[in-house]
Write a new protein. Structure first.
Length: 371
């Protein structure tokens, strides 16, 4: 049996006819970029997050970029974030000309270590950008307290955390701005690229609306230098079909995570820890083992696909060496990058598949050399 890391076709087969109808509706209406489908999705998704406004864009990276610009982040400013994330978090900060300033992660939650944030704040700090990595929210309350104290904007990178909750509140609407990706493999994925910014602040929403569409105040009247970051109508219509299923899909992921926790108890590895404040949505189920490479090879030989999210923390990526960070600067991020292994996780994963993964891990354990 081959077990994929993510199986997108299993989900498609369940919603195929609704997706087909939605695509036909768009093709027949003749409005292919933004338009009614996208506006309706913006309202539905913002309301799902408990936020007043949603502005849909063409990727999660664009969402982050425009959220930062709306917060007036630019050259000479600093933005506090984590190095253990997908590179887009940091790239978006750099697009604005601002400098990313890293703080390490907390090794239990894999999210920003809030105790380290104050030491990273300077007179140039404009914003903090926590990442709800793997579907687990960062510890938002103490972070918001720090941000209010220093007058900083809080931008949530919720690209991996659609529907995750922090103390009973859905992420995205907790900070000043929340950014999501709809890349196909995400908990809520388009059939192509997509993203959205949600916010309770109408000025931010208006600024982002203008920036995503060439900075236009009216047709061919360009009030600010903008971008072509618009969402396609087909993606908006598809996301409207999928959104009502998100809660059930997340519930399935949580059940699978609990089953993995049980099946893997007693093995020489660490399973993910859901923080007491969190409703984790397990975009990624990452175990930790110092024998990661050996285990990955053993699973591959049995047809089980795994992933590594992410093998190199951003402060050590070649593209960002000019920031001047070195190995040893963020020990928890570096250790996590050396040990995490993502197991197959998607809503349609079956018990049999999970048992097969657990069995393959169990039989591989005696041969694992910890290095
Ligand atoms: C944490 C994080 N931030 C940002 C992004 C960027 O989203 P996109 O790929 O839609 O541009 C991703 C996507 O993979 C992500 O995982």
């Amino acid at each position: 049996m081959t077990i994929p890391l993510v199986d997108l076709t299993a989900q498609y087969s369940q919603i195929k006819s609704d997706v087909g109808d939605a695509i036909s509706r768009v093709l027949e209406a003749g409005q292919y970029v933004l338009g009614e489908e996208v506006s309706a999705f913006e309202e539905e998704f913002a309301s799902y997050c408990g936020a007043r406004h949603g502005v849909a864009v063409n990727s999660g990276t664009s969402a982050l970029h425009l959220a930062l610009l709306a917060a007036a982040v630019g050259p000479g400013d600093e933005v506090v974030t984590v190095p253990f994330t997908f590179v887009a978090t940091v790239a978006a900060i750099r697009y604005t000309g601002a400098r990313p300033v890293f703080v390490d992660i907390d090794p239990e939650s894999f999210t920003m270590n809030i105790d380290r944030v104050e030491a990273a704040i300077t007179s140039r700090t404009k914003a903090v950008l926590p990442v709800h990595l793997y579907g687990q929210p960062a510890d938002m309350d103490p972070l918001l307290d720090i941000a209010r104290h220093y007058g900083l904007t809080v931008i949530e990178d919720a690209a991996q955390a659609h529907g995750a909750e922090y103390r009973g509140r859905r992420v995205g609407g907790i900070g000043d701005l929340g950014c999501f990706s709809f890349y196909p493999g995400k908990n809520l994925g388009a059939y192509g690229e997509g993203g959205i910014v949600v916010t309770n602040n109408s000025e931010y929403a208006a600024a982002i609306r203008m920036l995503r569409n060439w900075g236009q105040a009216g047709k061919y009247h360009h009030a600010v230098k903008g971008y072509n970051y618009r969402m396609d109508a087909i993606q908006g219509a598809i996301l409207r079909v999928k959104l009502p299923h998100l809660q059930a899909w997340n519930d399935s992921r949580r059940l699978h995570a609990a089953r993995y926790d049980e099946l893997l108890a007693g093995e020489r590895l660490l399973t993910p820890h859901q923080m007491s404040y969190a409703r984790h949505v397990y975009h990624i189920y990452a175990i930790r083992t110092p024998a990661r490479e050996t285990l990955q090879r053993a699973l591959q030989s049995r047809g089980i696909q795994t992933g590594i999210h992410y093998p190199i923390p951003v402060h050590l990526q070649q593209a960002h060496t000019d920031l001047g960070y070195r190995r040893g600067d963020f020990r928890c991020s570096e250790e996590a990058a050396g040990e995490v292994l993502s197991l197959p996780m998607f809503a349609e994963l079956t018990c049999d598949q999970q048992q097969c993964v657990a069995e393959a891990i169990r039989v591989s354990q005696p041969s694992l050399t910890i290095h």
